[in-house]
Design a protein around this ligand. Structure first.
Ligand code: ADE
Ligand code: ZN
Length: 330
């Protein structure tokens, strides 16, 4: 049995495996510019975040109906369950779909079909986090937030993703204020490719409760001290960092030093279909490349539940935490 864990940084569109992409392309009569799944997999060589995002947005063309989104989420949940994920807080990118003519309701209702059955079907509790594309305008983000109001019983929080550099958090100040007024939880990608100052801005201007990635905090000792003092969770994604070349190799990843510094780190998969592994694969990879011992792995699993948005079900959180403490490594 794998170590129980929560996944807190997972883009549902990034779980689209080549096989499902071709199946949905055939179902929806969409032409993909790749001959077969092998040819598509060969395209998974990235220089940086943007080169990945180009493919990520291109492949979304196959997602058109509620059933497509339900199938996508179900496939992810089945894989996650096999790797010990007990709770998943799932990002989705509404603007990437609405700009292609797929309605927000289709996306949310489709995902919900899978999520509402997730506990029963996969043993995974879930939350949904709606992300805004930071390389789109703040006006578009605000329109998206307004369009989501009928679905807020299904959406726990908001996030900020896509191309980071040149799109600082402050651009979305009003959107985050409006989301807070609606009672939504707030997270944002910061410090993946962008500078440490974006992490500070996400905390101070957007009021985020968790920082997605946050990797580049290590360049600013005063920021590290603050993140430790305020116990701000960071949702790290080690295999993603290697594939997008924000670290040279896994052995160079600063995770051990970050844990030693007292940062509240979690380990997640980001876009597992593209980056070579799901949550458990990321745990296995850091264990073998970085030599993390059992207590460090247990700490990462404990942090994942402590950092999750389970305030509305503390009993469930306590159950998960007890599973982590009682877990026997083999
Ligand atoms: N790693 C990542 N960074 C920013 N935006 C994303 N969208 C999907 N994956 C992302
Ligand atoms: Zn991400």
């Amino acid at each position: 049995m794998p170590l129980p864990k929560a996944e807190l940084h997972l883009h549902i569109e990034g779980t689209l495996e080549p096989e499902l992409a071709f199946e949905l392309a055939a179902r929806n009569d969409v032409q993909l510019p790749y001959g077969d799944t092998d040819a598509l997999r060969k395209a998974y060589q990235f220089e940086d975040l943007q080169s990945f995002l180009n493919l990520y947005y291109e492949l979304m063309a196959v997602l058109r109906t509620e059933q497509d989104f339900a199938d996508l989420a179900n496939a992810y949940l089945a894989r996650a369950a096999a790797q010990g994920v007990r709770h998943a807080e799932i990002f989705f990118d509404p603007q990437a779909h609405t700009k292609r003519g797929v309605e927000l309701g289709t996306v949310v209702e489709g995902l919900w079909r899978a999520l509402e059955r997730s506990q029963a079907d996969h043993g995974i509790s879930t939350r949904l986090i709606m992300c805004f594309l930071r390389d789109d305008s703040a006006e578009s983000a605000m329109e998206t937030l307004r369009a989501a109001e009928p679905y807020l019983d299904r959406i726990t929080g908001i996030g900020l993703d896509s191309a980071e550099v040149g799109h600082p958090p402050v651009k979305f100040r009003e959107v985050y204020e409006a989301a807070a007024a609606l009672g939504l939880r707030r997270v944002a990608h910061a410090g993946e490719e962008g500078p440490p100052a974006y992490i500070t801005e996400a905390l101070d201007v957007l009021g985020v409760e968790r920082v997605d990635h946050g990797l580049r905090c290590v360049e600013d000792p005063a920021l590290v001290e603050r993140l430790v003092r305020e116990r701000v969770p960071l949702t790290l994604c080690p295999l993603s960092n290697v594939r997008l070349r924000t670290v040279d190799t896994l052995a160079d990843h600063p995770l051990p030093a970050m844990l030693d510094a007292g940062l509240m780190c979690t380990v997640n998969s980001d876009d597992p279909a593209y980056f070579g592994g799901y949550a458990g694969d990321n745990f296995d990879a850091v264990r073998s490349a970085l030599g993390l011992d059992r207590e460090r792995l247990r700490e990462l699993a404990r942090n994942s539940f402590l950092a999750s948005f389970l305030e509305d079900d503390e009993e469930l959180r306590a159950r998960y935490l007890a599973e982590v403490e009682g877990y026997e490594f083999t």
